[in-house]
Design a protein around this ligand. Structure first.
Ligand SMILES: [Zn+2]
Length: 72
């Protein structure tokens, strides 16, 4: 994937967490899961077996991370 900011090839990798990974419009309580926040986007639901993991592209030049969500 090419970086939409600088046009260079981005590095592919994963973001892992022992907790759910979500995007929210506002910072909430640290242990509240996304289902309690409307407008939340769950990037990776928590799994007891695997933890949470999403694939992501990184541009080291621009210091940007791009994450696809809703894909399995
Ligand atoms: Zn870039």
């Amino acid at each position: 994937m090419l970086c939409p900011y600088c046009g260079k090839e981005m590095g592919f990798g994963v973001i892992q967490s022992p907790h759910e990974i979500s995007w929210k419009p506002k910072k909430g309580k640290i242990f509240a899961t996304a289902q309690f926040s409307k407008d939340a986007v769950i990037l990776s639901e928590f799994s007891f077996l695997k933890g949470s993991c999403v694939e992501a592209y990184c541009c080291d030049e621009c210091k940007k991370i791009i994450i696809d969500y809703g894909v399995d």
